[in-house]
Design a protein around this ligand. Structure first.
Ligand code: PLP
Length: 404
């Protein structure tokens, strides 16, 4: 079993006590004075609030937090405290939930393509439910078949989501009956279907279509003798506000609830929200470390950039709400650039900003998902520190792990 690389207590709640977003300028300055810059401030109250909002919008659906957008031990501990379930895709993520003492029965492993080592790591922890989308992958479970239950991941074509997750993974709907037969011949138990409608979905249309189609496939599968079909996993995709606002979650989920109500009986429904829980909880704080005027334009250089927290602009195609804490003075279109020597490391080219001083702070809102998770240490510049605030005392001790 891998050992934690190092053990430490994460930062405690700052002296200012509980902070409520959008934080006051003095609060953010106090955090930086105490913990340094750059920071990714993660508000555990907001993690809890998002979890509860989605739970209320999807009653009866087990919410498995997908660790990928913000694989942080404090987030895991916070959600564990809410009674959440978890969605894992790597052995490092298995380590994270194990260190947080999450019960393995509350976890599923949803990576469709796995090495035997990945399967064994998850099994050793106690995970039982895995995902596969082709005969090779089902075959990898033959040797583990007594202990494993499989969900078949189905791809339902392109969606209106910002990130399509049906191109790389998922079998065609028409392939499901044959895969159910293949699995039965191999002695591997298929207990249900899963899909991912794409991340940051613009509308619930894809979820609704996929739920209805999955219901039909489950009914047909049961009729063909696959009596184990008892789970439908409706994936993630639940959207959040960035520069463009998203559909409110209650409105987004209303048609999904209606589609779920029309499913065949005796189905456990699960979802795998990642972004919706993590994004609004994260506030990126960086510092102006240099200035220049180039071609008549004002440039500000920050200690965080495209290779750091703003990697989400590349990998996740997101556009964040960015502002300076200083608000006095006439605004001019300004360039914000990151700290590396690479010329692509430009965060934004035309942000109206007042005249800034070296040491001034820049804040990015709703940056909890797919930002610090995609950050690198390029140029050997350390990525932003994840600083959890508003933790519950019960989550006090958190083990820090490195990925593997
Ligand atoms: C990334 C991912 C998620 C989370 O998706 P969001 O759109 O962030 O909610 C859930 N399930 C799987 C299999 C994923 O790959």
């Amino acid at each position: 079993m891998p050992k934690p690389a190092k053990s430490m207590l994460s930062a405690e709640t700052p002296a200012t006590g509980r902070l409520h977003a959008p934080y006051a300028r003095a609060d953010i300055e106090a955090l930086v004075a105490r913990h340094g810059s750059p920071l990714m401030v993660v508000d555990c109250d907001r993690i809890r609030g998002q979890y509860r909002a989605l739970k209320a919008a999807l009653p009866g659906v087990d919410l498995h937090y997908a660790l990928k957008p913000l694989p942080d031990p404090v987030v895991v501990a916070t959600l564990k405290g809410e009674g959440a379930f978890f969605d894992l895709a790597s052995s490092g993520e298995v380590d994270l939930v194990r260190a947080a003492q999450v019960a393995p029965e509350r976890c599923i492993h949803t990576h469709p393509i796995k090495r035997d080592g990945d399967i064994r790591d998850a099994l050793r922890f106690g995970v039982r439910i895995f995902v596969a989308d082709n005969a090779d992958e089902i075959g990898k479970f033959i040797r583990h078949r007594k202990r494993v239950e499989v969900l078949l991941r189905v791809a339902f074509g392109t969606s209106d989501a910002v990130c399509d997750l049906s191109k790389k993974f998922g079998c065609e709907p028409a392939a499901v009956p044959a895969l159910l037969r293949v699995a039965a011949q191999m002695g591997v138990r298929v207990v249900g279907l899963s899909f991912h409608a794409g991340s940051q979905a613009a509308s619930p249309d894809m979820h609704v279509r996929a739920i209805a189609a999955s219901g039909g496939m489950i009914e047909a599968g049961r009729a063909a003798g696959h009596a184990d079909l008892a789970v439908l996993d409706i994936g993630g995709g639940f959207p959040v506000d960035y520069l463009e606002p998203a559909m409110p979650i209650e409105e987004f989920c209303a048609p999904i609830r209606a589609a779920l109500a029309a499913l065949p009986p005796n189905l456990r429904i699960i979802a795998e929200p990642g972004r919706f829980i993590a994004a609004p909880a994260g506030t990126c704080v960086s510092t102006v470390i240099g200035r220049a005027v180039r071609d008549g334009r004002q440039w500000y250089y920050l200690d965080d950039g495209i290779y750091g927290s703003f990697s989400g602009q590349l990998f996740d195609h997101a556009r964040y709400r960015i502002e300076s804490l200083r608000t006095d003075g006439e605004r001019r279109p300004s360039v914000l650039a990151g700290p590396t020597c690479d010329s692509i490391d430009v965060v934004i080219e035309d942000l109206p900003l007042p005249p800034l001083e070296i040491g001034d702070l820049i804040v990015g809102r709703d940056m909890g998902a797919y930002c610090s998770a995609g950050a690198t240490d390029f140029n050997f510049i350390r990525r932003a520190r994840v600083l959890p605030i508003n933790r519950e005392p019960a989550d006090a001790t958190v083990v820090t792990l490195v990925p593997r």
